[in-house]
Design a protein around this ligand. Structure first.
Ligand code: D5M
Ligand code: FE
Ligand code: ZN
Length: 570
């Protein structure tokens, strides 16, 4: 019966008996499923007989995807070691490869070549940056083009303007930071804990909304009764007749839920990712072995969410993906951004949030060294520290690592270690893990580098969720209340005692980067900002047609959550 329901079929009792009496029931089921008419949902005894009579010996083996198995919330811890303990390795991979590579560059400043005439020192022009688009509260539109290239710079403001920042008003606190809390060793038991914790915390957001039953209690409820399940998505497949069969897992086991293809909710199925936690409601089949789904619920953000705002007019610049050390690092653009921060236009910009990829890193992808301007990872951070020194000293800087940084690649990523902190100490930045919740003057900003955005874009059926609108992918993460729902794809996840990637509290602002594309939007009143980058198009990006948004800085008003995108000349 289980075997049939797992393939999207219900069956009459006699049909099951016939199959069970076969010498090889598994093969028989295989056969019956193959021969079942396309539109049949419940297999009858007659159909079993017919299929078995018509049996020939050509049999196909069902193939599953190559997604590596993870223990779901119903698994029991054992002492077995996890297969992929590389994903849990606490070593800094890039740093390791860096120590092996020779330090070819000693003067990182002079080695950065931009291929441009720059006026970096002395009486250079000031950075008056054009405002490309203001995005008001409540409007979900992306800022569209960042095509307004800088006009002639306004030469009189530099030096003439003195920032008057009252640093005693600054308030920054950090929560949900893995740094120093990592206990995972990559053992099987760690995977069990992290998925349990994910299930517990996300299911608690759904339990009040449906009258759910544990999976192992459903079968005894009696055919036809109304029922609901809160479960982690364990498997999704389409049945021979094109309906969707979703296997949901809770702490007691698994249960199949069937979504009919012609129902409105079928559209939700396309958006599902493995391992996200959802609730479904519907009615049980006659024999109780499958749930026919009428409605689907996500942990989501309440539509009526009221974001927090700051008590005074103060702004934060939200950037990411600086990639210092890359030949494509947009040095000139950074200089104009840093200059602009010293102008009157930027007098209220008192915070700088950097969402990962400070440096280009070493050994991040094959043949990356051919595009490196600085080959030593520590020298890359030294060069980055010089870039930070150009930022006004009265600004508070908060930064998290990304996949190019010299910390472990698996998420959650702990913050930079002591050695790297020392290198970057000049500006006294706050250095925290990826992800982290950073509260700035009362506004909760969820900072996450954004590696899962690649995956959401790849999996989402709609063209509107694309590299040109990364904020639309961010909406999906908020809806699922998890920054990296799908385990086992290109994203590496380190198992920890709790799941740091769950979005427990609704943030006021969600700030990501990684895809090097600008995106600004709103989702149920949460402000979404995906920063662009400070790296020109790389050879790899060219090969896959990624046209990065270089040198744009979204400026967030902390008192209104309005965003103004500034574009700098690059
Ligand atoms: O990522 C910048 C963007 O480019 C992001 O969308 C991933 C994509 N990217 C970059 N390199 C690769 C490789 N080698 N494979 C697949 N996708 C890639 P960043 O983290 O700055 O490299
Ligand atoms: Fe990047
Ligand atoms: Zn990245």
């Amino acid at each position: 019966m289980r075997e049939l329901t797992s393939r999207g079929y219900n069956a009459d009792r006699d049909a099951v008996t016939l199959l069970a009496d076969e010498p090889d029931p598994a093969r028989a089921v295989e056969h019956v499923v193959e021969h079942a008419p396309a539109d049949v949902l419940t297999i009858s005894a007659a159909q079993v007989r017919e299929a078995l009579d018509a049996r020939d010996d050509t049999e196909e083996t069902a193939t599953e995807g190559d997604r590596s198995d993870r223990p779901g919330p119903s698994a029991t811890p054992s002492s077995e070691s996890a297969e992929s303990d590389e994903s849990a390795s606490p070593t800094a991979e890039s740093a390791n490869s860096a120590t092996e590579s020779a330090s070819a560059t000693t003067n990182s400043e002079s080695s950065i070549s931009t291929g441009r005439e720059t006026t970096r020192t002395g009486e250079q022009d000031s950075g008056s940056a054009p405002e490309t688009k203001g995005v008001g509260g409540g409007d979900g539109a992306a800022p569209g083009g960042s095509d307004g290239v800088a006009d002639a710079m306004d030469a009189d403001s530099i030096g003439a303007f003195e920032r008057a920042v009252d640093e005693t008003l600054h308030e920054v606190s950090i929560a949900n930071d893995i740094t120093g809390q990592s206990t995972g060793t990559g053992e099987y038991g760690d995977f069990v804990s992290v998925f349990r914790d994910r299930y517990d915390r996300l299911s608690s957001k759904l339990r009040g909304r449906v009258n759910h039953r544990p999976t192992n209690a459903l079968e005894s409820m009696g055919g036809g009764s109304e029922a609901a399940i809160v479960g982690m998505v364990n498997d999704i497949r389409s049945t021979a007749s094109g309906h969707w069969l979703i296997e949901l897992e809770d702490t007691n086991g698994v249960f199949p839920a069937l979504v009919m293809k012609d129902r409105d909710i079928a559209a939700h199925v396309d958006e599902l990712l493995m391992d996200e936690v959802i609730a479904v409601e519907g009615s049980l089949a006659q024999d109780g072995g499958i749930l026919f789904v009428d409605s689907m619920h996500f942990p989501d953000v309440p539509r009526t969410y009221k974001p927090n705002t700051a008590d005074r007019h103060v702004q934060a610049a939200l950037i990411s993906d600086v990639h210092v050390g890359s030949q494509e690092f947009a040095d000139y653009a950074w200089e104009s951004f840093a200059r602009w921060l010293h102008t009157e236009e930027a007098e209220h910009v008192e915070y700088l949030l950097i969402a990962g990829d400070m440096v280009e890193g070493v050994g991040v992808y094959p043949e990356q060294d051919e595009e490196l301007d600085i080959v030593d990872i520590y020298e890359q951070y030294e060069a980055f520290a010089e870039k930070l020194k150009q930022v006004p000293g009265d600004m508070e800087i908060v930064m998290i690592p990304g996949n190019h940084d010299a910390v472990r690649l698996a998420e959650p990523q702990p913050a930079f270690d002591e050695e790297l902190r020392d290198i970057m100490s000049a500006h006294d930045a706050r250095i925290t893990g990826n992800p982290s919740t950073v509260t700035v003057e009362g506004v909760n900003v969820l900072m996450y580098h954004g590696v899962s955005i690649d995956e959401v874009i790849a999996e989402h059926p709609s063209e509107s969720v694309s590299y040109d609108a990364p904020h639309r992918a961010m909406e999906q993460l908020l809806k699922k209340r998890h920054v990296a729902p799908q385990y086992g794809g290109r994203l590496r996840v380190a198992p920890e005692e709790k799941d740091y990637l769950v979005i427990d509290d609704v943030p006021d602002v969600f700030h990501t980067g990684h895809v090097h594309k600008l995106g600004v939007g709103t989702y149920n009143n949460v402000r979404l900002v995906n920063s662009g980058c400070w790296q020109e198009q790389t050879a790899f990006q060219k090969s896959v047609n990624i046209d990065p948004d270089v040198a744009t800085a979204p400026i967030l008003d902390l008192d209104t959550l309005d965003v103004t995108v500034r574009k700098f000349e690059n």
